[in-house]
Design a protein around this ligand. Structure first.
Ligand code: IPE
Ligand code: IPE
Ligand code: MG
Length: 254
């Protein structure tokens, strides 16, 4: 694993990595177990990836843990996931504090059961002074929910005279998104072999590099994260320009 870490250029780390943690259910079913068994084992990966990101010095890590669409899963699975979430948060607060990790949550919190809201609130408060890795949990999150709210709030602010419609520009919408305090992800990872975005950060991923792996989330560990970062570092990010233009700006001036 150390050889992988050594290969990573620490000056060119993505500031923000976003991960769609997928494949818990299939991982469990392939072992003849209940889907919740997969979610339970997925927590070990969450811990490992948070630790790996913090060690590398990644500034922002967003983990897609539960989508607004996931509320439509069988009640038993939803209930199991909520209990797991609360148990994990309670257990991990001290570890987050020990590692100077600040927790954030994005999503439709109103949908969460009361006991989950309380646990989250407590964790947010208890880690609010930390200055290291920003851990952003996307919970009951979807981009369409987020965009609907953003547009509504812009309209309210226009009605209230706080902003003028004619002043809206490309900086306006991002300020109304749940991610207004974070830079856009530069690297988006999805595990378990699905090639889709599933309503995750549609606006914010505009120029993210996408990395897909067949590894199921419960098997995903630091070395898999390092491989994704190395792959990212091997790419040329052109932002609409030509490769030659990009190379010209990267050449050291002499
Ligand atoms: C991701 O794993 C976790 C959540 C969506 C909560 P899944 O539960 O989607 O696992 P698969 O995709 O069915 O294998
Ligand atoms: C996306 O995974 C949401 C999370 C990982 C939390 P899903 O498993 O719900 O996505 P689809 O349904 O396969 O697109
Ligand atoms: Mg899935």
């Amino acid at each position: 694993m150390q050889d992988l870490i050594d290969k990573i250029d620490k000056q060119k780390l993505p500031r923000h990595i976003a991960i769609i943690m997928d494949g818990n259910g299939r991982w469990a079913e392939e072992k003849g177990e209940d889907r919740l068994f997969g979610h339970f084992h997925g927590v070990a990966s969450v811990r490992n990836i948070i630790e790996g990101s913090a060690e590398l010095g990644i500034e922002y890590l967003t983990l897609y843990a539960f989508s607004t669409e996931n509320w439509d899963r069988p009640q038993q699975e939803v209930d199991g996931l909520m209990s797991l979430l609360v148990d994990t948060i309670r257990k991990e607060i001290s570890v987050l504090n020990k590692n100077n990790i600040k927790l954030h949550v994005i999503g439709d919190m109103q949908m969460l059961p009361e006991f989950a809201k309380e646990a989250l609130q407590e964790a947010l408060e208890m880690t609010s002074q930390n200055t290291g890795l920003n851990l952003i949990m996307a919970l009951s999150y979807s981009s369409r929910w987020e965009l609907e709210n953003a547009v509504k709030n812009i309209a309210f602010d226009i009605e209230a005279g706080k902003i003028k419609a004619s002043d809206i520009n490309q900086n306006t919408l991002p300020q109304y998104l749940t991610t207004s305090n974070f830079p856009d992800p530069e690297l988006m990872i999805r595990t378990s072999g699905e090639y889709r975005i599933s309503n995750f950060l549609l606006y914010q991923l505009a120029y993210a590099e996408l990395y897909f792996t067949n590894t199921r989330w419960p098997d995903f560990r630091k070395e898999n994260l390092y491989e994704a970062i190395l792959d990212f570092q091997g790419r040329e990010r052109r932002f609409g320009k030509t490769g030659r233009q990009i190379q010209a700006t990267e050449e050291p001036s002499s």
